[in-house]
Design a protein around this ligand. Structure first.
Ligand code: HDD
Length: 703
């Protein structure tokens, strides 16, 4: 009997040994029965059962002794950190910034000295008003926050896709944000500005009018992060080695040109794919189509500032590109997604006050206020003054300081010296020659709370923006204002807004008033300074004028069925690929279809899951025998109807013609193109560079 037991014990020991392995450092690697590493607690203890809590008997109560269960739930209960009070919903990517030329003449910033030098970057795009779980296509400003890990510390350019802001003084930031967020008594609406509180505040804040024109334009519903501009907004300073200062405004220009969607499309995208912008960036980077922006600067001196029509410290004003041209100084390429969304995109902490030597602040009162807010908010959000210990926030250059301890300190200094001066001859020292020196501007004046007179013109640039838009873009602004104000229940707020619009453009005010069914036209709002009518339009402010002219980076949705013409499908796909566009197949079943030549074509979407709003253009290429079934599919009808209503190009085979009738389209136009041969497919793809047939819009939408 004794021999038998010891034999069993030996066999067990062998199995046990096979599951253990000591590493070079003596560490014990444990493997589960199926060869995977053994699951452990956070304390490193191996876990035997992760499916059932420890309990008394088979159906009895759970035991508090179950340390694995308690640790697991404890950690889960604490997984969330406070979301950002604004810009909660965001998406980030890694990349690099490449300097074009030495800018030593203007700035001593080390990363701008050597042509070709690459500086690692992390960028986070965001919406402003919505919570973390809100949808991507809200009508909203988009955050465009860039962190460059320079050799002289991190530079954060915390910008937006709109070059102006709602307010002129940071003391009003809590008010504008409270007003746009869900109303506090009812907790809605989510991620929307179309409600009373927002428009009440706006209509009482004339300085917001310029920004309102931008937010009501298609800029606020971009097609992709990749197709939008970014702006540093404020006037900053470049400071050179001789301590001379040049004012600078920063602009990011997307290589693939500008593009937005239309409002009805945005609403439908939010239902079909709330992660539309995230997925777009993810797919582009994962497939090697790295998005790229050029960093451009507007440089000017005090004389220009003194002679310019508006105060360069006023963040509700731009300097038009036509007045002061942009100079490209480098490019930003995003080429890698984070390994972990929480660790990087969620925990990244941007701060306007992160500037390297050579870049400084102006007295813009919004910027000055931001320089307090961003440090403060990181403590709340990340829970410890040690948020710079997180890899995404840590500088990538050597750093030495005497800060220590605190919650979750990961980098703990060794040795005796944690202060200076000290007698031990150790530790870092400040350096007057290489350390950051604030620009020694001469400041004087009484201590006052006062808005400068030079900030008083609230309408002239709002008008200039409106006048710089193409007709369809002006129409969209009128429609957006009408839609938003139609959700405002209090009629005096609607009227007050129209009275502001009268100071911007009478026709616009008239359209909105008519759209709202306003009984009487109010009189124009009192203006602190009479609105100017003489500012030249700036074509750089139009999206349509600055589109891509080609289909690169865009997506064609091709509706296919069994029997679709194989030659045509292949020719179309090849033409799109040559243009560096992307094709997605939409079919009755995601398993795919059998083409006319007998080959199988897998689909990416079934018709219900791939509405045309997900594509920049569509082609409807069913096999002749499948058309009767498609005519019965409401999703197939919507596919065509929406593409047409959203002014998209539609390629089609003659067999699909009845689908237009079913979709309520009675007039085919230059944007509906019949495809029969490989040549016609190629010609179609060239046309796609125009992106939309705006001439169609008045036939599908009254404005
Ligand atoms: Fe701000 C976040 C951009 C005015 C206070 N802001 C935040 C983000 C962007 C901007 C892109 C998200 C950064 C990220 O992805 O983590 N903010 C702007 C721009 C402004 C602006 C372009 C005007 C020109 N912001 C502004 C003011 C204040 C703040 C006037 C306060 C006085 N912003 C914050 C904040 C946030 C923030 C509360 C929330 C989360 C965070 O900072 O890290 O501190």
């Amino acid at each position: 009997m004794a021999r038998k037991i010891s034999k069993q014990a030996n066999q067990l020991a062998t199995v046990h040994d096979q599951q253990l392995h000591r590493g070079k450092g003596g560490e014990l690697h444990q493997f589960a029965e199926d060869g995977h590493e053994v699951l452990t607690t956070a304390q490193g203890g191996p876990v035997d059962d992760d499916q059932n809590t420890l309990r008394v008997g088979v159906r009895g109560p759970a035991l508090i002794e179950d340390f694995h269960f308690r640790e697991k739930l404890f950690h889960f209960d604490h997984e969330r950190i406070p979301e950002r009070v604004v810009h909660a919903r965001g998406y980030g990517a890694h990349g690099y910034f490449e300097t074009y030329e030495s800018l030593a003449h203007y700035t001593k910033a080390d990363f701008l000295q050597r042509p070709g030098e690459k500086t690692p970057a992390f960028v986070r795009f965001s919406t402003v008003a919505g919570s973390k779980g809100s949808f991507d296509l809200a009508r909203d400003v988009r955050g465009f926050a860039v962190k460059l890990y320079t050799q002289e510390g991190n530079w954060d350019l915390v910008g937006n896709n709109i070059p102006v802001f709602f307010i002129q003084d940071a003391i009003k930031f809590p008010d504008i944000i409270h007003a746009v967020k869900p109303e506090p008594d009812r907790g809605f609406p989510q991620a929307q500005s179309a409600h009373d509180n927002f428009w009440d505040f706006i209509s009482l804040t004339p300085e917001s009018m310029h920004m309102i024109m931008w937010v009501m334009s298609d800029r606020a519903i971009p097609r992709s992060f990749r197709f939008m501009e970014g702006f540093g907004v404020h006037t900053f300073r470049f400071i050179n080695a001789k301590d001379a200062s040049t004012f600078v405004k920063f602009h990011w220009k997307p290589k693939l040109g500008l593009q937005s969607v239309v409002w009805n499309e945005a609403v439908k995208i939010n239902g079909a794919d709330p992660d539309f912008h995230r997925r777009d960036l993810w797919q582009a980077i994962q497939s090697g189509n790295f998005p790229e922006w050029e960093l451009c600067v507007q440089l000017f001196d005090q004389d220009f500032a003194d002679s310019f029509d508006f105060d360069v410290l006023d963040p509700t004003k731009i300097i038009p590109e036509e007045v002061l041209p942009l100079q490209p100084i480098g490019r930003l390429v995003l080429d890698r997604m984070p390994d972990n969304f929480f660790a990087e995109t969620e925990q990244v902490a941007f701060m306007t006050q992160n500037v390297p030597p050579g870049i400084g602040f102006s007295n813009d009162p919004l910027l000055q206020g931001r320089n307090f807010s961003y440090l403060d908010t990181q403590l709340k959000r990340l829970g410890s003054a040690n948020f710079t210990h997180l890899p995404i926030n840590a500088p990538k250059c050597p750093f030495h300081h005497f800060q220590q301890d605190g919650h979750m300190a990961m980098r703990n200094p060794t040795g005796r010296v944690n202060y200076q001066p000290n007698s031990w001859g150790e530790g870092p020292r400040e350096s007057p020659s290489t350390g950051y020196r604030h620009f020694p501007s001469e400041e004087q004046g009484p201590k006052i709370r006062l808005r400068p007179e030079s900030f008083a013109d609230h309408y002239s640039q709002a008008r200039q923006f409106f006048m710089s838009q193409t007709l369809p873009e002006q129409r969209h602004i009128a429609m957006a204002l009408t839609f938003e104000l139609s959700k405002v229940e209090t009629s005096v707020i609607r009227e007050r807004m129209v009275s502001h619009l009268l100071n911007i453009d009478e026709t616009l005010a008239g359209k909105v008033a008519a759209g709202l069914g306003l009984a009487d036209m109010p009189k124009a709002a009192d203006a602190a300074v009479p609105p100017r009518q003489d500012l030249d339009p700036s074509p750089a402010l139009s999206i349509v004028e600055n589109g891509p002219k080609r289909f690169e980076g865009r997506k064609l949705g091709i509706l296919v069925t069994d029997g679709s013409d194989a030659t045509l499908v292949q020719a179309l796909a090849a033409a799109v690929e040559r243009e560096k566009g992307v094709v997605e197949y939409v079919a009755p079943k995601v398993g795919g279809v059998t083409l006319s030549d007998g080959t199988t074509l897998p689909a990416q979407q079934m018709i219900d899951g791939g509405p045309s709003v997900l594509y920049d253009a569509v082609a409807v290429l069913p096999g002749a025998d499948a058309v009767a079934d498609l005519l019965k599919e409401s999703a197939a009808r919507d596919f065509v109807a929406d593409a047409y209503a959203h002014c998209k190009f539609i390629g089609y085979v003659s067999a699909a013609a009845p689908m237009f009738e079913k979709a309520g389209v009675d007039e085919l136009d230059e944007g509906t193109i019949e495809l029969a041969t490989a040549q016609s497919a190629e010609a179609f793809v060239v046309e796609l560079g125009r992106l939309r047939i705006w001439a169609r819009e008045p036939t599908v939408k009254s404005a």
